[in-house]
Every structure is written in C-alpha cells, then in structure tokens.
Design a protein around this ligand. Structure first.
Ligand SMILES: Nc1ncnc2c1ncn2[C@@H]1O[C@H](COP(=O)(O)OP(=O)(O)OP(=O)(O)O)[C@@H](O)[C@H]1O
Ligand SMILES: O=P(O)(O)OC[C@@]1(O)O[C@H](CO)[C@@H](O)[C@@H]1O
Length: 306
C-alpha cells in the first residue's frame, strides 16, 4: 500500500488573468477549483497511472468537507483527520505571463491531532511506501517529518518532498527519495548550483547526510537523479505549451514512484517522472493518463532524434 501525507491540504483556485496588476482590481478570464496539496496531488497522479493509494493528513471546516467530496468523486481513497479549529485553506494560483501563487496558512493542528496521524503511520507495514510532501500546518514543529519517519515501521521506504527546514531534520532517518527543485537544492546546500559538477557534488553530500536517492527537478531544464549506487541520470524536459505548472513536481514524484515500482529501474523511473511533470505543466490541472502517454511518446521521438 502507498500512503501520501499532506499536512496542509488546499483547494487550489487556478485563475487565468490577462495582465495581472498588483494593487488593482483584476478580473479573471477563467477560474477553476481543484483539490490540492502536494501529497494529494501525488495520490491523484498515481491514480492516473493505475496505482491506488490512500491520502492521509488534516482537513478542517466546510472547505475540508468540500475537499473530501471532490476527492471522493475521483474515486480516490482518503482518510483525513478533521481538526477542530479553522478551515482547509484556499490557495490562489494566478496565471498570466508569470505565475503568482498565494498559499493560505491553513488550520491549526494540535499535538493530539498529530498523535492521531502518527498512530495511522505506525499501523502501516514495512513493505508499504509513505510519501511526505508539502509544508507543515500551523501548530506543527519543523521536526514533524522526522517524527513521522520515526513512527513508521523500520525499513519502510519514505519519500520526502519538502523545504529545507522540514527536510533537514528528517535526513538522518534515511529517506528513500528526496525531491528538491533547484532553489530548494541550493537552499539545502547553502550555495548556488551553476554546473553539472555542482549537482553531482551537491547530491552526493545529501546522500552523505542520509538521503538514499536524490532527485532534483529542474523545471523546463528537465531532471537529475543521483541513485543509491552513486550513478547519475539525466533527462531533458518534454517540450510543449505550458498551461499550469502547479503540481509538476508532485506529478514527477508520482511518476518516479510508479516507474520504480513497475520496472524496478531508476532510469525508467526518471523517464516516467519527467513525463508526468511535463504532462502536468502542459495541462490546466493535473495530468491525465492520456496526456502522460502523449508526452512519453514525444520524449521517445525527441530522444531518438538526439
Ligand atoms: N515548462 C516545463 N516544460 C517541460 N517540463 C516541465 C516544465 N516545468 C516542469 N516540467 C517537468 O516537471 C518537473 C517538475 O517541475 P519543477 O522542477 O517545476 O517542480 P517543482 O518546482 O517541485 O513544481 P511544483 O512545486 O509546482 O509542483 C520538471 O523536472 C520537468 O520534468
Ligand atoms: O504550501 P505548500 O504545502 O508548500 O504547497 C501547496 C501547493 O502550492 O502545492 C501544490 C503544488 O505542488 C498545490 O496543489 C498547493 O496549493
């Protein structure tokens, strides 16, 4: 079984605005509401890839109920813990020539709410896989990912996709995979990445700190993986018209995990991860199975042509 954890899920309100102007009334050309939050996105893309998972995490208030109803309509299994105070956040994503995001703070999560989640995690089995993605909710400390990893059965594979302050304390628990994007990787390393050498050295230093596999997503520049055997892999990004890059990183995590489980091969996992990331960037919401297959086919042609 695969479980994803989203400590601070959201409803994503994705708006297309012709020319967004700060400090003025802007009218959107379109607005679409999607279930969101990084772990939930991973579960939704896994579902497109034919892999069932359970989404764990916290929900609150009417927006929390709305989120659960939206997820139920997709057929996805979720087991969110309802917290007493506040409401599940609504995150605003504005797409014009640039992308502007405003993510809400989310509801307060207490220690006893967290204990309930840790109990769910400790009831998993060693052969299950846990995906921990996204920011923590108000009330939670920076060691929350480390605590979830410590609660998980010994030897279980855990994937962590989170910013430095949450990821760093969890590294010594030996996550199976971490997926920083370039700015996150630079923040983890404390210096900028200007070359392939920097990526190789940076990934190796994170492995020294405990990460088993290091996957660095590079947006339109593709992706880099340093696998557990010290073997680097690289993929160029697919080409296409970008509609909404929100969730491209989560789609990459889902694709990588699906590729790894289906083919037991890191190169194949990276290919499917890169395709899923691109497929979401080229879609208005998260990618569909059809879009993933189109992008995979396009990447195969691109590779054959060199
Ligand atoms: N403009 C793009 N063109 C092609 N592929 C893209 C593009 N943007 C993203 N991708 C694909 O998706 C992957 C993940 O994207 P990115 O590096 O932007 O992740 P991220 O910053 O974690 O995204 P998010 O936080 O929005 O989920 C990239 O490695 C790439 O394969
Ligand atoms: O505030 P966080 O937890 O860092 O990110 C939340 C979020 O921006 O990430 C997803 C895209 O990756 C969106 O669905 C969601 O709104």
């Amino acid at each position: 079984m695969i479980c994803t954890v989203t400590l601070n899920p959201a409803l994503d309100d994705v708006m297309q605005v012709a020319h967004f102007r700060k400090g003025q009334l802007n009218r959107a050309e379109s607005s679409q509401l999607f279930p969101g939050g990084k772990g939930i996105n991973v579960s939704l893309v896994l579902q497109q890839l034919g892999i069932r998972s359970t989404a764990l995490g916290f929900a609150a208030g009417d927006t929390g109920v709305m989120l659960e109803n939206m997820l139920a309509k997709t057929g996805m299994h979720c087991d969110l813990i309802h917290v007493a105070e506040g409401s599940t956040r609504i995150n605003i994503k504005i797409h014009d020539d640039d992308d502007t995001e405003i993510n809400g703070p989310g509801p307060l999560v207490t220690e006893s709410d967290l204990q309930a989640l840790l109990k769910q995690i400790s009831a998993l089995h060693r052969e299950d896989i846990l995906v921990l993605s996204g920011s923590a909710a108000p009330g939670l400390d920076d060691d929350v990912y480390a605590r979830m990893m410590q609660a998980a059965p010994k030897g279980m594979k855990v994937i962590v996709d989170a910013e430095k302050k949450l990821l760093e304390p969890a590294l010594s628990c030996k996550p199976f995979l971490i997926k920083p994007n370039k700015p996150e990787m630079e923040s983890l390393l404390g210096h900028s990445i200007a070359s392939r050498e920097d990526l190789l050295e940076g990934a190796a230093s994170l492995q020294d700190k405990g990460a088993v596999n290091v996957l660095v997503s590079l947006g339109k520049d593709g992706a880099f993986l340093m696998d557990e055997n010290g073997m680097p892999h690289e993929r160029k990004a697919a080409s296409g018209k970008v509609l909404n890059p929100t969730g491209a990183g989560d789609s990459m995590v889902a694709g990588f995990l699906a590729g790894y489980l289906q083919q037991n091969d890191y190169g194949a996992a990276l290919t499917l991860g890169t395709a899923c990331g691109g497929a979401t960037a080229f879609s208005s919401g998260l990618c569909t199975a059809e879009k993933i297959n189109d992008v995979l086919a396009q990447m195969a042609v691109q590779e054959a042509e060199g």
